[in-house]
Design a protein around this ligand. Structure first.
Ligand code: NAD
Length: 377
């Protein structure tokens, strides 16, 4: 029997991305799947319904109808409780989820016997790179942060020698040199900025240098990474030491981009109001960690405020500012995940909780919360 995939349009007013583009529809049709999309899926990308239809998707106007028969549902943001209740028992739902902060929603997936996969929980291991949506989106966020700063700053990024004098290159400081930070460094360098970067994980020094940026060092004593390569949480004393050194670095920066995150916890507060006061008027601060608590004091999700002439940007959903490419890579991550679960010869899905990828990102299955991280509480 043909497997059915349904892709509803996103309902969050801040969301511009679509879970798939027509190219993904074409690929999944090749596997023999029947694909339904809700009308308007690509409206904000923008990709017209007709392009999805040409790729082989059937258009439906009521999501209720799509949920009732779908074996698999793809989304950018997780469906809400009312929608989960409309899904078929045994269906598979793949989306960003943030399950640690939504215990009620986790329960509703379990009650509805829907298998929910959280794209944030895909392990950061080489074999799962094709499915790694955190990385695909973070990389675009890093790029967008620099472009936004370049557009808003009162200077040019590269050094320019003109008959009327030399314009100094902008100085960019990137705090947190993970996936987003490294892309921010690369983008700022391409625009000709002088870039400095800092991260608690000493192993990123080489990567920072290879992009042509300077790596800043702060002696914090013992720091480390988790087996997954994430930063460990610093002690309050280490954070204090870090802030003291940071103040000096911040005062030299025209653009400050922060991306520091600690998996499963609130993002560390690194840039205090005192440091912001040390920055020159006209400088720009972009906090990419704003949606998980923020690295910069006083920046709130969705806010854009000026303090003492320094513009503080806490914009949400930065990948959503390049929705075509963000949807392209996200759709490929979803398709790769489905490809991992789908046995093309037998024509069915296999949820093997012992598998090193599946076992880590499935949140609910068979009416239970099965994820070890959530079961541990
Ligand atoms: P992240 O979003 O969790 O954090 C961003 C960066 O902030 C990290 O580099 C982290 O070290 C840094 N950070 C945390 N606390 C900080 C602090 N107090 N001060 C300064 N910096 C701080 O990280 P990410 O970008 O998702 O990447 C996490 C790790 O996963 C990295 O090691 C990355 O290379 C690895 N990774 C591996 C793969 C793979 O397939 N092998 C794929 C993606 C990422």
């Amino acid at each position: 029997m043909e497997m059915k995939l349904f892709i509803p349009r996103e309902t969050d007013p801040d969301e511009t991305r679509a879970a798939v583009l027509p190219q993904h529809v074409r690929q999944l049709k090749d596997w023999g799947w029947e694909i339904q999309i809700e009308s308007g899926l690509g409206e904000r990308v923008p990709v017209p319904d007709s392009a999805y239809e040409e790729a082989g998707a059937a258009l439906i106007s009521h999501r209720r109808e799509g949920y009732a028969s779908a074996d698999v549902i793809f989304r950018v943001r997780v469906s809400d409780k009312e929608e989960v209740a409309l899904m078929k028992p045994g269906a598979l739902h793949i989306s960003f989820f943030d399950p640690f902060r939504q215990p009620d929603l986790v329960d509703s997936f379990a009650q509805a016997r829907v298998t929910a996969i959280s794209m944030e929980l895909i392990p950061r291991i080489t074999v799962a790179q094709k499915m790694d949506a955190l990385s695909s989106q973070a990389s675009l966020a890093g790029y967008v942060a620099v472009i936004l700063a370049a557009e808003r700053i009162n200077r040019v990024f590269p050094m320019m020698m003109t008959p009327a004098g030399t314009l100094a290159a902008v100085r960019v400081l990137v705090i947190g040199a993970g996936v987003a930070g490294l892309q921010a460094i690369a983008t700022a360098r391409r625009l000709g900025a002088r870039v400095e970067a800092y991260d608690v994980r000493p192993e990123v020094e080489e990567q920072v240098k290879s992009l042509g940026a300077r790596f800043l060092k702060i002696d914090l004593g013992q720091v480390g990474s988790t087996p997954d390569g994430y930063a460990k949480q610093l002690t309050e004393e280490q954070l204090q030491r870090q802030r003291e050194a940071m103040k000096r670095f911040c005062s030299h920066a025209d653009v400050l981009i922060t991306t520091a995150q600690v998996f499963g916890r609130r993002a560390p507060l690194i840039v205090t109001e005192e440091m912001l006061l040390a920055m020159r008027p006209g400088s720009i601060v972009v906090d990419l960690a704003v949606e998980s608590g923020g690295n910069v004091e006083g920046i709130r999700p969705g806010s854009e405020v000026e303090k003492n002439g320094v513009l503080l940007l806490g914009l949400r959903n930065l990948p959503g500012r390049v929705p075509y490419h963000a949807s392209q890579v996200y759709g490929s991550n979803l398709s790769a995940m489905l490809g991992h679960l789908y046995d093309r010869e037998k024509g069915h899905l296999r949820i093997d909780l012992q598998d090193q990828i599946t076992g880590r990102c499935v949140v609910t299955h068979g009416g239970q919360v099965v994820n070890p991280l959530l079961k541990e509480g």
